[in-house]
Design a protein around this ligand. Structure first.
Ligand SMILES: Nc1ncnc2c1ncn2[C@@H]1O[C@H](COP(=O)(O)OP(=O)(O)O)[C@@H](O)[C@H]1O
Ligand SMILES: [Mg+2]
Length: 161
């Protein structure tokens, strides 16, 4: 299968951008022949990473790329200039949400989440790398391969702060 390689750079700054980002990855995944369930997972992951960006960093960018080597796949890079993630291993735990650490009641409704977003990203994707950049901000690189290749490339890593 000949794959036309595509790259989209999306600026994320508001809640409505998050669903839009999800719809953009769907188009690329469809072109690559992903199954519907995988397409839905990719859209969910993209929206979640974008939502975290708006919530915790204010804004950032999402890059979606099609991959053809070693197999057809999709790469999603979420890059922001926010506070970074103190401990990525903790952030990946289901139920961990920064909102639960917020003592000031005025902000609780706007910041509390279920804390399962990054955990779902890990479950839905084949590779996940979370890095807090030296210059500040978070960079998350995640990849998913078309079904018949998935799990050949299982890799996860979290970078030091
Ligand atoms: N882009 C980001 N910048 C800074 N912190 C982040 C970012 N994304 C996630 N986090 C941290 O990781 C935690 C877990 O994220 P997540 O699993 O999506 O849960 P939730 O968003 O429901 O709190 C967040 O509460 C937050 O502390
Ligand atoms: Mg979240």
């Amino acid at each position: 299968m000949d794959i036309e390689l595509v790259q989209k750079c999306l600026t994320i700054s508001k809640v409505s951008d998050c669903l839009w980002a999800g719809s953009q990855v769907k188009k690329i995944a469809q072109q690559l022949g992903f199954q519907n369930k995988q397409i839905w997972e990719l859209a969910t992951v993209t929206s979640e990473l974008a939502t975290n960006m708006v919530k915790y960093a204010g804004s950032g960018c999402i890059i979606i790329r099609s991959l053809d080597s070693p197999a057809p796949g999709v790469e999603i890079i979420a890059d922001d200039q926010g506070p970074g993630i103190d401990c990525a291993n903790t952030a990946l735990l289901d139920g961990f949400s920064e909102g639960s650490l917020i003592k000031d009641k005025r902000f609780i409704n706007s910041r509390r989440g279920l804390g399962s977003g990054l955990g779902s990203v890990k479950r839905f994707m084949d590779e996940l790398h979370i890095e807090t950049k030296q210059e500040g901000g978070t960079r998350i690189v995640t990849r998913k391969w078309r079904t018949q290749y998935a799990h050949c490339h299982e890799q996860n890593s979290v970078g030091p702060r």
